[in-house]
Ligand binder design. Structure first.
Ligand code: NAP
Length: 473
């Protein structure tokens, strides 16, 4: 029987079966116990793999479940299921990782509300790319684009990683046999985001990744603190620091929208580390206080300021852009050299306007709408640049991870949920009720486990490492 058929059959038998009714937990528990006991790699490599594992997924037969419902009212608790799925076959360049903890990213919000499109289209396209790609085109999509855990098996072509290695996982999924992947891998023709455009993501007890997604776990952080960083930290690093983004210089003034959000929580730290001057925009006095605690002096509370960049659905109000510009100058004495953009339609007109002559607006998203309007006269007459950016290549993700490993950037972890409550955790992000990042415990039986270097932790400082947690509690 062909491998793809075998997987499909296995899937049909497994999906929908509650985890407790399966022997599979015994197998996953053996991994959990070995990891918690600090077992050597050879022992972990000898633990038998189960046939199925616990995972969070959306179902193809439910993609229309929110028809006629407004975006904000779509509830991920209805669409995200936590049940058993079949363990997919391992390709030679891949690894299975026992996931101790994962995280919620905004892409899981998009997948769970089936916007702007159901992600099954990505999986079906992937399914046409040969036998290994066919594994991904299933009737369920296991989500999640961040994880920390332990390698339990590697494929025959994997050289740099072995069972027992403690890792975090970045989400750039590239085909290294494609020539277009060999300048900047984010330019690869078939570049994908793991757990969003591929199946078998990180919100699960086990995940399947390419070996070139693996990075060392920060030794001074717990599993959940380690799990939340790779996606947003790497994205913010490329946008601001990398020569593929704004190539920030010392002294640059940087306006950061959503400065205590997933991306913004890292962006402001990169600006401070690089000798820049951040202006953080947030939407409450509590978030403003959190930013001050992080070391950001210039903060704008957009709710208190009451900006109305859009006079109505079709018309923007330049006087409101001007008011934001004045507020920024009042705080830092100049216009921002760089604007860190992701809210999209609501803010892009203002971002282009307030950006300094010759400066750049770097954008990676459009949470409030992707059909953007700005006044082009302000762009060309003042020689500004709009730069598109998307996740990060392996090198950028590795360099960003090194900053976490050295304690130069701290995880903005504000809350932790068990995998069973992944729907609730996703709802928090969807409704913007959270700060920073939300962690999800998978095989880790509780918080605070997995810290191997308490000396470095003490040096970085417990207060600093837990700054978002204290404010989120
Ligand atoms: P997040 O944790 O929800 O943070 C975003 C923050 O933006 C919010 O906390 C909010 O902060 C602010 N915001 C939301 N709507 C706004 C509006 N209309 N005007 C001004 N500010 C607004 O999300 P995230 O993880 O930072 O991700 C943000 C976006 O980037 C998402 O769309 C996500 O899909 C995308 N993203 C893209 C990439 C990529 O590689 N392309 C990577 C990561 C994320 P306040 O309410 O405090 O102002």
């Amino acid at each position: 029987m062909r491998m793809a058929q075998r997987v499909a059959m296995c899937t049909a038998q497994r999906v929908g079966v509650p985890p407790s009714e399966h022997l599979t937990w015994a197998a996953m528990k053996a991994f959990q116990e070995a990891i918690l006991a600090g077992a050597p790699g050879e022992e972990i490599a000898g633990i038998p793999l189960p046939e199925s594992y616990r995972a969070a997924f959306v179902r193809r037969d439910e993609v229309d479940m929110f028809e006629g419902v407004e975006s904000a009212a779509k509830d991920p608790r209805r669409s995200l299921h936590v049940e058993e799925v079949a363990v997919p076959e391992l390709a030679p360049d891949e690894a299975y990782v026992a996931v101790m903890a994962s995280a919620i990213n905004f892409n899981t919000v998009w997948t769970s509300i089936f916007e702007p499109l159901p992600t099954f289209g990505f999986l079906d396209r992937f399914g046409k790319e040969g036998e290994w790609g066919a594994r991904h085109a299933l009737d369920y999509h296991v989500v999640g684009s961040d994880a920390a855990g332990v390698v339990v098996r590697v494929g025959s072509a994997v050289r740099n990683w072995k069972p027992g290695d403690k890792v975090t996982i970045h989400c750039n999924y590239v085909d290294d046999q494609d020539p277009s992947a060999h300048d900047d891998s984010m330019l690869a023709a078939n570049q994908r985001i793991w757990g969003f455009e591929s199946n078998f993501g990180g919100l699960a007890d086990l995940t399947l990744v390419k070996a070139n997604q693996l990075m060392p776990k920060p030794a001074h952080l717990s599993w959940e603190e380690s799990a939340v960083n790779a996606l947003c930290n790497s994205t913010a690093y490329r946008m601001l620091v990398s020569r593929n983004g704004a190539a920030m210089r010392q002294g640059d003034r940087v306006l950061v929208w959503g400065a205590t959000g997933g991306l913004g929580g890292y962006a402001v730290q990169h600006v401070l580390n690089g000798g820049g001057i951040p202006v953080g925009v947030v939407s409450s006095p509590e978030k403003a206080e959190l930013l001050h605690d992080l070391g950001v002096e210039a903060v704008i509370d957009r709710k208190a300021a009451g900006y109305r960049f859009w006079a109505d659905e079709h018309t923007q109000d330049e006087s409101e852009w001007r008011r934001l510009g004045k507020d920024i100058r009042a705080l830092i004495g100049d216009d921002p050299d760089i604007v860190f953009e992701h809210p999209g339609r609501q803010t892009m007109g203002a971002s282009v306007f307030v950006c300094k002559r010759g400066g750049s607006v770097v954008t990676c998203a459009a949470t409030s709408g992707y059909m953007i309007e700005y006044d082009n006269r302000h762009l060309w007459m003042k020689l500004k640049t709009i730069k598109g950016s998307h996740f990060a290549n392996y090198r950028e993700a590795w360099d960003a991870n090194r900053l976490i490993c050295e304690g130069k950037v701290v995880p903005p972890l504000s809350a932790v949920y068990p995998l069973e409550d992944v729907g609730e955790a996703t709802l928090q992000v969807h409704r913007n009720l959270h700060e920073g990042k939300i962690g999800v415990l998978c095989l880790a039986p509780g918080e605070g486990l997995g810290i191997d270097d308490p000396e470095l932790r003490a040096k970085v400082g417990e207060r600093r490492i837990t700054v978002f947690r204290r404010h989120g509690a």
